[in-house]
Design a protein around this ligand. Structure first.
Ligand code: HEC
Length: 218
């Protein structure tokens, strides 16, 4: 306790914010690491940086690796041992690092990968708390469309003459498969919201649930 106090005083006495910060870094065991999720944190990083043409995808399988799936990524991972995992070591090796033709991963992203491996490299998702039990049209679906779709598909002059404000306006696009196809970015469908990324996966799961319940007007 005493030596802790002395070290603390020394660190403060050096005044420099950076020094104080690095001192805090030494007591990192007091700060719980956040959980890293495969689906939201790790997978997008790997897909966007490692699976392009000629690299670690199902067709090219560079070095035998296909990183387009969780199981494929796990062939380069030793769960609980980031230093023994090629997925990590290939990022930090001084020469011939990955991605081969790209910039090094930022320290933050390298740490994210290491932490995920150290935490057991599970196929986990931060949306596991996604509640699809009591999904209804009025309580759930309308709110999602309001947030993500009304900007274009509401009012008197909706984009594509497609209005998604009332149940009867929405239902035909449920029936022809375009609601699910467009929000999941399935091939053969326009990707919605237009020009944006996907809406949160929990929103998609809730709409899937509502549709699989028969898309009732409830
Ligand atoms: C930024 C504007 C914009 C937003 C936001 C947007 N859309 Fe669209 N949407 C479009 C455009 C543009 C089209 C193509 C219209 C056309 O055919 O001329 C379109 C078409 C569609 C179609 C018809 C698809 C087809 O194949 O014809 C559906 C269904 C649709 N949108 C659903 C949605 C849903 C659901 C959301 C919210 C999750 C959404 N859109 C958000 C602009 C938008």
């Amino acid at each position: 306790m005493k030596s802790f106090k002395i070290r603390h005083l020394l660190a403060v006495a050096t005044v420099l914010g950076a020094t104080v910060f690095s001192f805090q870094g030494c007591t990192k065991e007091h700060i719980p690491d956040p959980t890293v999720y495969f689906e939201e944190d790790v997978f997008p990083l790997i897909v966007t940086n490692c699976t392009k043409s000629g690299c670690h995808n199902a067709v090219d399988r560079e070095q035998g690796y296909d990183f387009t799936t969780y199981n494929g990524i796990m062939t380069a991972v030793k769960a609980g041992d980031y230093k023994g995992s090629p997925l990590y070591t290939s990022l930090v090796t001084p020469f011939g690092y990955m991605p081969q033709d790209g910039d090094r991963f930022s320290d933050e992203n390298v740490a994210l990968i290491a932490l995920w491996i150290e935490q057991g490299a599970a196929n986990n998702s931060g949306n596991s708390g996604c509640n699809t039990d009591s999904v209804t049209y009025n309580k759930t679906v309308v709110g999602i469309f309001q947030g993500w779709c009304y900007a274009c598909h509401s009012g008197n002059n909706p984009v594509g003459v497609i209005r998604l404000e009332t149940y009867s306006q929405v239902k035909p696009y449920v029936d022809n498969g375009q609601i699910l196809g467009t929000i999941r970015h399935d091939s053969g469908f326009l990707a919605m919201p237009d020009g944006g990324g996907k809406i949160p996966s929990c929103d998609i799961k809730q709409i899937e649930k509502w549709i699989s319940n028969g898309a009732p007007d409830n």
